[in-house]
Design a protein around this ligand. Structure first.
Ligand code: ARG
Length: 276
């Protein structure tokens, strides 16, 4: 069984944490008086990039902009499927300028960028499963944006309501283990209590074999992981979840981003996938 898991090569977009800091509080993890160890943050981030490269993934880097401390959370700036870029419109005024800088990067890389009309925080709330777009709402991305995403991509969008402020983005409560396609659903890991009861039922119907995570797994940022179908880049404190994934034949690759958790972000938040 363990060797039946086949990795798929990914292309990731990331942003160097040169200006990373906790200067404002827009989620329960953030406290504006928190000291960030900038050197440690930089080291941790570099270890993540090296881990991706060591496992064969491509990494593109966006130049950070002074005064935008959360710009390191690349996942929030867009979602890219079929080579089409759906940009972002941030809920917090402090983060709004980030969208333009990412759009500029995409344009320079040869992509057209659709700028959404309502609040939409990219892959933070939009999780592409290979078949559906799972779409979070409740704290940031709006239902209007979900409709816009469906019109834009022409893929089914499944709206899910988040109910716990600690898990304010969908990618803090759920990640894709295996991408599906027209033939199979793939599989996910999620923390059920982060969702409204109706949304929990939807997830249970779509993914009867999903791995269910505990609150401890979620509070350790274990749901903010990146999987290539075999290797799961995961926070080391989410040990219990990593062990269960290993039992299912996945290979956990622990990467510690503790400095970024002070801003409410982890591995997935720092990683956007470019799907061409
Ligand atoms: N401080 C950032 C915010 O609250 C963290 C974003 C984390 N990103 C993510 N994809 N969950 O917006």
């Amino acid at each position: 069984m363990p060797d039946s898991r086949v990795p798929r090569r990914r292309r990731f977009l990331v942003c160097e944490p040169r200006h990373f800091a906790v200067q404002y509080a827009i989620n329960p993890w953030m406290h504006p008086d928190t000291e960030v160890d900038v050197d440690l943050a930089h080291e941790q981030w570099q270890r993540l990039i090296r881990a991706y490269e060591a496992h064969g993934h491509g990494v593109d880097i966006v130049e950070p902009v002074p005064g935008l401390p959360d710009m390191v959370f690349a996942a929030n700036s867009a979602v890219v499927v079929d080579g089409r870029v759906f940009g972002s419109l941030f809920h917090a005024p402090e983060r709004r300028p980030e969208s333009t800088h990412y759009a500029t990067w995409f344009k320079a890389a040869g992509y057209d960028v659709h700028r959404p009309a309502s609040v939409c925080e990219g892959e933070g709330d939009l999780v592409w499963t290979g078949r559906y777009m799972l779409a979070g709402t409740g704290f940031r991305t709006t239902r209007e944006a979900h409709r816009e995403v469906q019109e834009y991509f022409g893929h089914p969008v499944i709206s899910l309501t988040l109910v716990d402020p600690y898990f304010y983005h969908l990618d803090t409560a759920l990640f894709v283990l295996d991408s599906g396609d027209d033939g199979h659903h793939g599989n996910i890991v999620y923390y059920p209590e982060a969702f409204s009861s109706g949304s929990r039922e939807v997830l249970a119907r779509l993914y009867p074999d999903a791995v269910l995570a505990t609150r401890d797994d979620a509070m350790s940022f274990g749901l903010n992981s990146v999987s290539d179908g075999r290797h799961v880049f995961i926070a080391p404190r989410a040990e219990a979840l990593a062990t269960r994934l290993a039992d299912r034949g996945y290979v956990p690759v622990p990467v510690d981003l503790s400095e970024f958790q002070k801003a409410g972000g982890g591995i997935k938040c720092c990683t956007q996938e470019i799907r061409s």
